[in-house]
Each structure stands twice: as structure tokens, then as C-alpha cells.
Design a binder for this molecule. Sequence first.
Ligand SMILES: [Zn+2]
Ligand SMILES: [Zn+2]
Length: 182
Amino acid sequence: MYLRIEQIKEEGLTLEFEEKPEVFPELSEMINQGECNFIAPIKTALRATRIDDMIEVKGEINTFVRLPCGRCLKEYDTALKSRFDLTYTHRIPDAQEDEEQADIEISAAEMGLIYFAGEEINLQDGIQEQVIMAFPVKALCRENCQGLCSSCGNDLNQGDCGCDRLPPDGRFAALKNLKLDT
Ligand SMILES: [Zn+2]
Ligand SMILES: [Zn+2]
């Protein structure tokens, strides 16, 4: 997952590669915690170009995960896809004090720049972040998943269990009827 600076010629560099999810520490942690399972490698396709002394990396990540549905808890498979645009800039070598270097890095981060040192860029953190951001905010096996019965726990996608469940506005509706009756 390293991008060697010398390989980026004037016309840019196109790269495609895939990695096991386990090589990314935070993804590995998610797997260990049982939050999800990856059912495909993390595929990355990118294009790196030089802009002055900065390296712009544009690309896309793709993978598939198995997740528990937030409503019915059943596991389902979904694609994760994210486009990214990252700009890397060389660490300034003559910053004298650590504090000074830290200040420079903070202002660079505010501008959306990522520092790298040496002759190559490690893309691991950048790719990992994209994968994490690609996760659905609300994991649903399908848009109209009915979820579980609040009373008996039955999967309502399989049919109604016959429990007496109040609709969300049930109590207000009952009050309204009461008023009409009196
Ligand atoms: Zn569901
Ligand atoms: Zn029920």
C-alpha cells in the first residue's frame, strides 16, 4: 500500500490493488468485535498526480460486508464504495523543534493536507478511513424492513405474529376517541 514518489511521472500514476481487511488495524478490530464481516478484499483503484510539491491521490475503494440489520438483526450483505480525493505533502525537513513541526502539521490538517516523510506515501490510513466512512449510517437489510415485534420478538418480515401492538400514535388516538365519546 505504498506509493513511491519516484514512480509518479509527469503524466501521473494509475494503480489498482487489493488488500485483506485484516491488514487494517481498525477494520480488524471491527471484525474481532463482531460488528461486521468482510466477504471480499478491499479493492483500491487510484490515480496519483503531482501538483507542485504536493501529491494528489484520487480514487475509489470497493468491498463487500456482511452486517446485522439494525431493525431485524438478521445479517445481510452490502457493497461498500467510496470515492476519495486526498492531498499529501512532504514533511518540511528543516522545522527545528518538535513543537514547531506539530504546529505545521495541525495547520496542514486544517487545509486537508496529509504529511508524509521520505520517498513514499503509506496509503493504509487513508484507505482505512474511506472504508469506515463507506459504512451505512443506518444498517438496514431492506428499506422497508419491518423489524422485530416489540412484544414477542418475532421477525415481522415473516408475517404478523398477532400480538396487540399499539401503533406509534396509539395513545393519542385513544385519547381523541375518549373526548369524542364524552
Ligand atoms: Zn432487517
Ligand atoms: Zn409479536
